[in-house]
Write a protein of this length. Sequence first.
Length: 365
Amino acid sequence: MNIIILGLVLRIIYAFLNTFYGPFLAADADAIKFHETALAVSQDINNFDYRTGWIYASFLGLIYKISFDSVFFGSLISILGWFISAVIVLKMVKMLKIESTSKKIILLLFSFWPSAIIFTSIILRESFQLLFFTLAIFSFLKIFLENKNKYNPIFFISLVLLPLLHKMFALYSIILFMFYIIFFIKSLKKENYKILILFFLSVGVIIFFNIELISSYFYDRVPLDKKSFLEIVQNHINHMTVARASYQVDELLFYELKDFLKYMILSVSNYFLQPLPSNQQLFIDFLLFFENLIRIFLYLIILINIFNISLKHYSLYISLFLLIFILEIGWALGTNNWGTAVRHHVPSMGLLLLLSFYNFEKSNR
């Protein structure tokens, strides 16, 4: 717990310095817009913005209305989100009986990961993306490892709230819900299978035939008249903004499926590796590249664990790996900027560390 407290203090110091001597790195642009939106809501409730992503700022405005409306206070709210997440990660470490050395490494990385300190100390959504992501995983494990059904409401509330913070989390919520159903069915008697399977097949058919309508709701850049999958991808690429940290994938043109596969390989490579040394201009670029190398190492540990079929709770482990891996691919395909990519690393950080060090000490004996 002392490590978490130190991480908390460090974030408060950063928030204080950013408020009164900044804005520093990443504390402009979105952070300023969120604060301004929150101020507008605090002054007039009719300014409440229900759009996905902006609901966070609107709810922050409601908090401003009944308390304080300073940048420092808004930053403290973000830090609170991180702190609760850290406590939940600690609880999961104990739940999974992760050994002492691995426990310390998890808490150290979670508390002092440089870019995460920045993004969880200012007025951004990342702290609450991290919180509800971690809370969903925690309640999922409580339900299926300890048979504590009282965590079901927490699980479903987390799944509903996450897509309100970013559209990509709709994918996360759907996948985790599917795993919930799979493990729930496994726990039932066989005579209950047919009814449940029929129900979810029906839901799947409804979703399949309404996929364009659903996608347009979650992704407003995809117009309903775009029938071709490649047209949808091209439309998305055309709307990507170009900045100093961009990968420049916007130059690709999509005529055949192989063009999409090329884009997929390029996007995933850039997402996990950029900024490469040839693109590094600032010290922060070097730091982000170093973070990426650590993340790749953590994924290599997970891949080693996957081939260990004797691993305790193996099916749950595989499910959570697939969850985080698919989400990372989704982020990669929708991102063309390493400054944005590093923000997307934050929500799943707790799960990545838990999966990496779950069996680390035992496998090295």
